[in-house]
Unconditional design. Sequence first.
Lengths: 543, 117, 119
Amino acid sequence: MRNGFRQSMAWLHTWSGLIVGWVLFAVFVTGTASYYRTDITRWMQPELRREASLDPDAVARAADLAVAHLQTHAAGARAWFIGLPQPDRPLVDLFWRGRPGTPPNRVFLDPRTGEPAALRDTRGGDFLYRFHFELHLPPLWGRWIVGICAMIMLVALVSGIITHRRIFVDFFTLRRDKAVQRGWLDAHNVTGVLALPFHLMITYTGVITLGLMYMPWGVTAAYKGDMQAFFAETGQVTQPRPAAGRPGTLAPVGPMVRHALATIPEPLERLTVQNPRDANATVIAVFEEPHGLSHEHPQVAFDGTTGAVVEVRAGGLRPAARTFTTMVGLHEAHFAGPALRVLFFLCGLMGTAMVGSGLVLWNVARLPKKGGAPGFGWRLVHGLNVGTVAGLPAAVAAYLLVNRLLPAGLAGRAEWEVRAFFGVWLATTLVAFLPPLRPRLAWSGAMALAALLYLAAAAADVLTARGLWDDPAWFLGFDAVLVLLAAALAVVSRKIVRYEPPRRARKADPVPAPGGRVAAKPRSAGQPAPAMRRETETRLGRA
Amino acid sequence: MTAIVVLLNLGLGLAGLGALRLSLARHHDAVFAVPLARRRALAWRAGGWVAIALSLAVAVRFEGWDFGPVQWLGTLTAAALALVVVLSYHPRLAWWLVVLPLLSSAALLTGLSAGGP
Amino acid sequence: MTSRSAAKADLLARAAVLGRVVLAAGGGYGTAALATALLSLTLPLTRAEAVTAATLASFVVMVGVVVYVFAARSLVRAALGVGGTALLLGGALWLAIGLAPAPGPGPGTGARPGMSVPA
């Protein structure tokens, strides 16, 4: 449409990117943070003492204590989920759903005593992780919105690649000292193109992770919609055992845990108890993934009333199912050790920067002429940009900060942390909309606020929680990362204040060489200026 | 072990991408006084691809066919980012950003092959 | 061109864009859904593998359709292309369902009811 394939793709890239950009930015920030989900949780519960190792008897005893707690408190539930203690997180993590309409229950127990664990109430890294694909909305809504945005991002990536004619020549080009629009375009290209394999991978595998929810029609056609039958047949879960409808008594789970631990070499992650009070009760031991890209948990299923092994599931997936679990594995990167994890994190940051610079670029490319006032659309995008690109990192910092400031015994403490997150996000966005605030001041102010909040979170940790640290080096390392983030945001804020805009849009600018030496004439690799300009505008979707 | 292989991948990626960058007239002429000759460009390009292929070979050799390619792409991305950011501030370093990583990679590789996987 | 006819042309262009967005979303998803269902029934693999492979590929189909809709020379052409493809896939799916063996154990390892996915 418009004229020519490339222009229509440029148009598609600009507008599809803008429409979902804010959601995608939030998804990228929280998703990137989720690579360190367990570390964030650990930081937010400094009272927790880690253990050197846990022997099978300790795990079995913890499982028995967990079931005892659930028998008294969750007798009516259809299923119990029991997270078992791990050396780096020695806690029993209980989850069950009560009557429909009531929120699900989650309790942490001390694995030694079976008493509720003495920890500050927080959702930790799990909040960011769930926000990444549910946006703190009802799960169905959140997942569909994120899925639609991810699909549009896939379209934006493909159309962006088509639009970007000279990918290889521009691959290494980042011009910071030229026209502001050119700089932002370069930043968008560099973060987009350099990490393109990651962007394509993370977007596609992200859609695939929830793919059966978005695209259930294969299961509808071949299984008449029976999703459970499909999962069991692919070999990802053990065979289901429907409830018998007669009451039964659950056998002690301790022996089952010992048996499971002797069967599978991986660490035991959790137990699922299906129909705990039925004659056909089932206990399933779910293990961590073996070392490998593929995300597949070995499982051992027991008859709940007799304790006999019903099924052992470990490996042996067929190619398509294995492709699926490998895609999920690549998305979650559970396999990544410290070095690889840093690389994934860096790629996530580049994705965040790509979305953020794309959003800013929309504004920069449409700056009002000198003396002109920005229109409503421009101000709307600007306000949302500041609120998201600067406000969301500030919100994450606030989430961490109040974790150290709220009193430990406060009722509904975990919810107050979440409220702080949304409060700071909302406040930043609203302030950005204040009419007298000049755009540049809004940007630098919001960035400075975010920097201060990260610094405050690190300071609050050292001041209030120092006595609780079980491993001071680890906590100081985490705080150092927070200080680094604060420094980076402060630099950005300062740069925005100090920035001297070059005279806008010298249309006949020759192709600038990198490093400030402006080429006198377009060179072989370059193009005559008018063509350059046309291309820039094409890429900005203004043609 | 993995950390050393990651460093090696980073070094080879930096050297390879740095060489590829110098095979482009626009970037080459900003550093060197002599304009880029065609044969020179081809030599830079070939050298660059060899270093990148070598990086993949190293990653697969030490990390296997599942983790190797993932690590290779990850380090290549990080190297590209480092290259672009550093050179946008100090374009004159282009030559050193090829030679130094190459030398340190060679040293690391010798150490690794001596130590065995 | 008078300002009036210019405004009219502008409105038409906007309507065409809206039409493409609707066609890309609906047509893209519909075509991908039909292709998934069809491939799930016809791929020469076990039932579970066919469904998995078809679902994995479905999002590529959808992106392809969306890019095609926005690249086509006119909205009518795009609609004809997407509609024709969907019709073809729908017809094939209808045939595949008609020819499918009577309900019973599939070509896989037999019917196996499932349990819920781990939380």
